[in-house]
Design a protein around this ligand. Structure first.
Ligand code: FMN
Ligand code: COI
Length: 364
């Protein structure tokens, strides 16, 4: 690559160059035909921006408040597993990179560093993502450990009753990484020579019976606010509100679970309408530009989460490049806001974007 990266996508190639193929494929890949993987990115390209001119933009304030926590920008590091496969310092380096940018980090349940190591590494606001294992005592223990270690919210990932079919992982016989949080409770060693060992581990552990009634159980074991991740329809958003969640995350798990789900940005408004402002709505999937963040905010998201770009930065050079990735997105968002005539995130409104559907209706 010629010169220093100027866009977060360039870190993907750097990651590809340094990582073993098995790990790179695990991080980069999606499920089956990877239709949704492409769509998550391309759907952003079909939304255009309606800028306003002659607004005094000499001061731009990107800060916002998420569940009571002030953050420098509406950007959260998404929960992604196994950071030590990308870099030896793993989630500790990621957390420090997020802390340096004053943004929130969500730690994955299947992290390679422990909850305690990440908590003591820096003082960034942290959310804890949880899966529900068949052994509910393990989930309960992890949620309590997160709460005791100063995590501020629980994200329940609800789109993974089973692992999606990731064909590169099957071909590569993807290993099941060492998850030190669970040492002494459950073995992550699953030896299957048939395909993805990670899939075999997931099949052994994930509880496919998890259902709406279990939100009450989760609420009974923690005082922390609960966000539900994986909502893609207005119907489920309504159910989530009825179940008493504190926030909703529109996500298709970075296109790694059910293929042929729509791009998240294309269903955001449906969810936002169902939620009627009762709780914050976040979005992830395919965010690669400041303009993508602007579009998500215009369509009603309170903040967005970024998954792969952070991992690619981590793989490329650890903490300093995690920081660089987040800063690039922050700088791009700041410039987008300036050029669109929005001084604060609250100034970004629905009338600042045109969706594909609107363009289509105009032509009729
Ligand atoms: C390598 C990888 C691991 C992931 N692990 C988790 C996880 O442990 N828990 C979870 O809720 N989501 C997980 N996700 C999904 C992310 O939280 C997020 O939804 C997705 O990465 C956003 O899309 P993006 O990568 O296009 O930004 C993972 C995604 C990737 C790419
Ligand atoms: C171990 C898996 C359940 C981690 C995950 O969520 C993912 O790889 O997408």
């Amino acid at each position: 690559m010629a010169g220093e990266p100027v866009h977060v996508n360039e870190f993907q190639e750097l990651a590809r160059q340094v990582l073993p193929k098995m790990y790179y494929d695990f991080f980069a890949g999606g499920a089956e035909d990877q239709y949704t993987l492409k769509e998550n990115i391309e759907a952003f390209c079909r939304i255009t921006i309606r800028p306003r001119i002659l607004v005094d933009v000499s001061r731009i304030d990107m800060s916002t408040i998420i569940l009571g926590h002030k953050t420098s920008a509406p950007i959260i590091v998404a929960p992604t597993s196994s950071h030590q496969l990308a870099h030896p310092e793993g989630e500790v380096a990621t957390a420090r990179g997020a802390a340096a940018c004053n943004v929130i980090m969500a730690l994955s349940f299947t992290s390679t560093c422990t909850v305690e190591e990440v908590a003591s590494s820096c003082n960034t606001v942290r959310f804890f993502q949880t899966y529900v294992y068949k052994r509910r005592d393990i989930t309960e223990l992890m949620v309590r450990r997160a709460e005791n270690n100063g995590f501020r919210a629980i994200i329940l990932t609800a789109d993974t009753p089973r692992l999606g079919r990731r064909e590169a992982d099957i071909k590569n016989k993807m290993i099941s990484p060492r998850l030190r949080n669970f040492e002494g409770f459950i073995s992550t060693e699953v030896v299957s020579d048939k395909g993805s060992n990670l899939e075999a581990y997931a099949a052994k552990t994930l509880d496919p019976s998890l259902s709406w009634k279990d939100i009450a159980w989760l609420k009974s074991i923690t005082k922390l606010p609960i966000l539900i991740k994986g909502v893609l329809t207005g119907e489920d958003a309504t159910k989530a509100i009825e179940a008493g969640v504190a926030g909703i995350i529109v996500s298709n798990h970075g296109a790694r679970q059910l293929d042929y789900t729509p791009a998240t940005i294309s269903v955001l408004e449906e969810v936002v309408h169902a939620v009627q402002g009762k709780v914050p709505v976040l979005l992830d999937g395919g965010i690669r530009r400041g303009t993508d963040i602007f579009k998500a905010l215009a369509l009603g998201a309170k903040a967005i989460m970024i998954g792969r770009p952070v991992i690619y930065g981590l793989a490329a050079k650890g903490e300093s490049v995690v920081k660089q990735v987040i800063e690039m997105l922050k700088n791009e968002l700041e410039l987008t806001m300036s050029l669109a005539g929005c001084c604060t995130v609250d100034d970004i409104t629905r009338s600042h974007v045109i969706t594909e559907k609107e363009r289509f209706l105009c032509r009729m």
